[in-house]
Design a protein around this ligand. Structure first.
Ligand code: C2E
Ligand code: CA
Ligand code: CA
Length: 741
């Protein structure tokens, strides 16, 4: 994801840079084009204005001269020369002329101020004026100071006959402001030239003698050539042309003037345009760059924020906030990839801390959390990059580890357990944490949650161990669990449909072989398997509590049978009913029992209660209490499976049992074990010494029967005498003994 963002960023950056470069180039071109057009029209407008101003100024001066001429003509034949000179002097003051003069047809000269002109100048001015009517020239040097002057002259007439010329000297500087092209930032200037190219007037004094010669070496824009230029001027054309000379590119505007066939030529260097374009482009570039920088910053910020929020999202979605380890979601997500990375040579491990709740309760949540954090740290240290782990719930961690063989894996887990116990123990307390591991070696391609179930199953088994709390998943375990589930799913219906029935096994007198009692044993009649023995389902019912209902059902069956036998007039024998240890904790036990037995009006001494040894040992006080109450109600009580657990004499002494049933195990291997005889003899003697009846269970052979009889054992129960029988068969047996009496 990060990589994609980076690529996207680079792509956007390049794209933006390309757009900007293209934009700037295009902009430059556009701006230059626009400016060039703009400058051309400016040059045109400004130079045309200068030309018309120039025309107007010349015309104006001409008119002024003509009006002065009228007065001068009136005073013809200029007898009073003093008055004439005085008049001319006044006129110069009013009209900005440098000098005014009158040349008579006779060659006499009257001037507004003292000056001497060469006879050539005088005859030339007079001749040209007489010839043309008026005369205009700048190709004259002022005899007073040698500077160029503009000579302007008009014809003086009397009665229609030319009598002389009135002339004025103008300073060229008077026209120069018109030639400055000030609108172009003083970069441009205009010239007045003659059609042959000779300069007449310039903003500065022209430094060349002929404009066409000056332009002969330059490179014109477009089709224009020096010859064509000369021709165009000769024809009096009004035009504009660009050229590149030693000082760069310029535009020239040629405008014919109304004076003397003169031309006004305006020039402007293109650098002015370029400068303007550059300035504008620089400004725009700065603007573009600013936008680009802001744009980049925005992209960067957006990417940064996106990465940040992704990290945040990842943290909340995939990280366990307490330990910083992956959480279950993350584990689920990366599991397939990790498993593939291990080439399937992997084991899924679940472990939890035994009695973690105790740590919380005793040391507070703070300490509990600390322990979990340390566990996560230890796991992190012990895990290679190709493996992974997560904290799934409170103290439950799931690991996916590399697996080669069971032996080395087991030793790795042992080392891990040792480190966990060492490093994660709560400080200031002697409380050692204890961990259990359930391992599923990945052998099948099954979904993750099924692997987890299997590891969980192994963990359940591990927790039951007192040491080596690392158990591997076993297929038999799964089958067992499935079978257990099957039993749990069908037990309720089985009870309702009467699939549970009572078998009765006689208890016989050793001495006479007479039946003295019987034990009720439950059977489950299952459709597919037929009769199922209690060992397959009683432990499950004890776990889920169903045994409480089943025992009461058996008791009721027994009570019903006893009532029926009475009705049939049979010699009834007491029947022992097995009661689970769970009844001892149930206050409803005795009231329920009474209700069932009394419902069938069965005498209480006909019912014997069998309680297993382990129950009594675990809850001595409660057992004592229950036994006493049963006794008071007239029921007899037997201790079942004596010798299978940790029976102690103390128990026998403090509890008032009516009988004790020696566990079948006493007789197993009886034939080959010389000590067995002594043990049984001792046990029987000890029990009898307490005045308690002894019942031997699991008597299968005549040798066992003979020996037990010899030890003084009271009653025998076993296949040698009778197998557990269905109620009908037992009833037949009962009727036989009844009739035998
Ligand atoms: P238990 O109370 O020790 O019952 C005696 C068991 O020994 C019976 O097994 C019986 O069939 C078997 N047995 C009798 N004679 C011989 C013999 O000569 N050799 C051998 N090998 N076995 C013999 P069963 O019926 O399978 O019952 C197993 C256990 O199930 C019982 O052991 C008892 O603890 C429990 N159980 C049976 N029915 C009930 C019941 O209704 N309620 C409760 N809570 N537990 C019951
Ligand atoms: Ca029993
Ligand atoms: Ca028993």
């Amino acid at each position: 994801m990060q990589r994609i963002s980076f690529r996207l960023f680079i792509f956007l950056f390049m794209a933006a840079a390309a757009v900007i470069v293209a934009g700037v180039l295009l902009y430059w071109q556009q701006v230059s084009g626009i400016l060039e057009r703009d400058v051309k029209s400016h040059v045109a407008a400004a130079s045309e204005e200068a030309a018309s101003d120039f025309n107007r100024l010349i015309q104006n001066d001409q008119q002024v001269l003509e009006s002065i001429a009228i007065t001068v003509e009136d005073t013809y034949p200029w007898a009073d020369t003093v008055n004439l000179t005085e008049f001319l002097r006044r006129q110069t003051q009013h009209n900005y002329f440098k000098l005014l003069g009158v040349i008579t047809e006779g060659g006499d000269v009257f001037l507004s101020s003292e000056r001497s002109f060469s006879p050539v100048f005088i005859t030339d001015v007079l001749a040209r004026t007489l010839e043309e009517g008026n005369y205009l020239s700048v190709r004259q040097a002022d005899p007073a100071d040698g500077k160029d002057v503009l000579v302007q002259a008009v014809l003086l007439k009397k009665q229609g006959r030319p009598v002389g010329a009135l002339f004025a000297l103008q300073e060229p500087g008077r026209y120069r402001p018109l030639l400055a092209l000030s609108a172009m930032g003083n970069k441009g200037y205009s010239l007045v030239i003659e059609r042959n190219g000779e300069p007449v007037l310039g903003y500065r004094s022209p430094r060349f003698s002929n404009a066409f010669e000056e332009l002969s070496g330059v490179e014109f824009d477009g089709e224009m050539t020096p010859a064509a230029l000369r021709q165009a001027v000769r024809e009096g054309k009004h035009f504009m042309v660009g050229f590149r000379g030693p000082n760069g590119h310029r535009f020239l505007h040629f405008i014919p003037l109304q004076v003397n066939d003169w031309y006004m030529v305006s020039a402007l260097p293109t650098t002015y345009v370029e400068q303007q374009a550059r300035q504008l482009t620089y400004l725009s570039l700065i603007l573009f760059l600013s936008i680009f920088v802001i744009f980049c910053a925005l992209i960067f910020y957006t990417l940064h924020m996106r990465a940040y929020s992704n990290r945040q999202l990842f943290a909340t979605a995939f990280v366990d906030q307490l330990t910083g380890a992956d959480n279950f979601n993350r584990m689920c997500e990366q599991f397939p990839e990790k498993l593939a990375g291990l080439n399937g040579k992997a084991a899924l491990v679940i472990f939890d801390i035994n009695k973690f709740k105790v740590i919380n309760d005793l040391h507070g949540y703070e300490r509990g959390n600390q322990v979990l954090q340390r566990v996560a740290r230890v796991l992190r240290e012990n895990i290679s990059p190709e493996e992974c782990f997560c904290r799934s719930t409170a103290d439950n961690f799931i690991l996916l580890l590399k697996y080669t063989d069971r032996k080395s894996f087991r030793s790795r887990i042992h080392a891990l357990a040792t480190q966990l116990r060492r490093d994660c123990t709560v400080e200031d307390s002697c409380l050692m944490i204890d961990v259990a591991f359930g391992v599923y070696e990945v052998t099948e391609d099954i979904p993750f949650y099924i692997m987890l179930d299997r590891a969980h199953l192994a963990l359940e088994n591990a927790k039951k161990m007192s040491f080596d709390k690392c158990q591997f998943y076993d297929e038999a375990d799964r089958k067992r669990i499935v079978a257990e589930k099957q039993i749990e799913n069908t037990m309720e219906a089985a009870l309702d449909h009467g699939d549970f029935s009572v078998f009765l096994q006689p208890k016989c007198d050793f001495a006479t072989g007479q039946m003295r009692g019987a034990e009720a044993l439950v059977r489950w009649n299952q459709a597919e398997q037929g009769l199922v023995k209690p060992d397959d389902f009683i432990p499950i019912f004890e776990k889920n509590g169903f045994i409480l209902r089943l025992d009461m059902f058996i008791l009721e069956e027994v009570a019903r049978l006893l009532a029926a036998w009475k009705v049939k007039g049979l010699n009834r024998v007491p029947v022992a009913v097995n009661f689970s240890r769970l009844h001892l904790n149930d206050t409803r036990y005795i009231p329920q029992m009474l209700r069932v037995v009394d419902k069938y009006d069965v005498p209480h001494e006909m019912i014997e209660v069998e309680l297993t040894e382990s129950v009594i040992f675990n809850n001595l006080e409660r057992a004592q209490n229950v036994i006493n109450r049963l006794h008071r109600l007239g029921f007899s009580v037997a201790m079942d499976d004596f010798g299978s657990g940790y029976s102690s004499l103390n128990v026998l002494k403090s509890l008032q049992f009516d009988s004790i049933k020696l566990d079948k195990e006493f007789l197993s291997g009886f034939e080959n074990n010389p000590h067995a005889h002594q043990v049984i003899e001792g046990a029987v003697a000890m029990i009898k010494s307490l005045g308690i009846q002894v019942v031997a269970e699991g008597v299968e052979t005549s040798e066992q029967a003979d020996f037990l009889r010899h030890t003084g054992c009271d009653l025998a129960q076993g296949y040698f005498f009778s197998r557990p029988l269905p109620a009908a068969q037992f009833e037949t047996l009962l009727s036989k003994t009844t009739s035998a009496q």
